[in-house]
Design a protein around this ligand. Sequence first.
Ligand SMILES: [Mg+2]
Length: 336
Amino acid sequence: VAGFTEDELLEVIRRLLAEDAPGVMLGLGDDAALVEMGSHLGILTADMMVEGVHFDRGTVSASDLGYKALAVNVSDVAAMGGSPRYGLVSLGLPEDIEASWVVELYGGLRDAAGEYAMAVVGGDTSRAERLVVSVAVTGEVARGGAVTRSGARPGDRVVVTGALGASAGGLKLLQAPPHDVVQTVSSDWGRTLLNSHLRPAARVGEGQTLAQSGATAMMDVSDGLAKDLGRLCEASEVRAAVVLDDVPVALSLKELADVLPDVEPLALALEGGEDYELLATLPPTAVRRAASKLAERFGTQLTDIGEIREGRGLVAIESDGKERPLEPRGWDHFSG
Ligand SMILES: [Mg+2]
């Protein structure tokens, strides 16, 4: 895929697939596909993790890898407002992988399946040059209950669950020279960052609550707020203005910045990937009630970070009220 960004390649593939196949409500290009499935809509999503691209066997346990591989798919189901049901797991295994490693991986997969009340029901295995963990998940949502990326309207507020940047902070900890962080990994805040990276939480209940609260568009933040909000705006054909001071930055990043060089908490919150928080747009009148429901039901904070406007692209609003373009930078699995 030389010369292509991930988004450009997806656009090429999208043109090759039939958009109008019977039963397909929504094809490639959102967090998940939506298809006719009995009395509900089926949600279909898949995500592949490749050694050397998405993880490094030296820093991630098989159990955490299994957990995360399922959780990131569940997050895409959550982003549609749905409930996860079944998972299929396919493994590409290099010759040096031992059976005990695969057993441990399935332990993590089972933990995640239990957490999200779903079942892993099959898959495939093959010999491979590199370790690959590929997971597909199905879910369901009531007809009319799904929220896509394309419904944001000028005047809507932009909201995000939880806090951002913790996963990128955890990755920095994993990649730091061990003697720099030996005290850190046993501290509360160090463990919080590592856990955010290794065992991210999919916001299933929150996604359903946001859908019921009138979310006009929704997606999960997998590649960084700036990049993913850029995608939401493109799908909805709108512009977003983000108040930088209002972006919920993970608190533990301040402590990380004291220990490691080159840690800028706001930059990690805007551009760090793999937080799996939900990004949504809501009519202004719906924000307060949605926030109190999320707090009551899940103890999850919902933060209003800006507004949807007419036009295209992203702007950042600085502390002094000045506006500047916000580049949709973030994690791209092709340019890395
Ligand atoms: Mg997604």
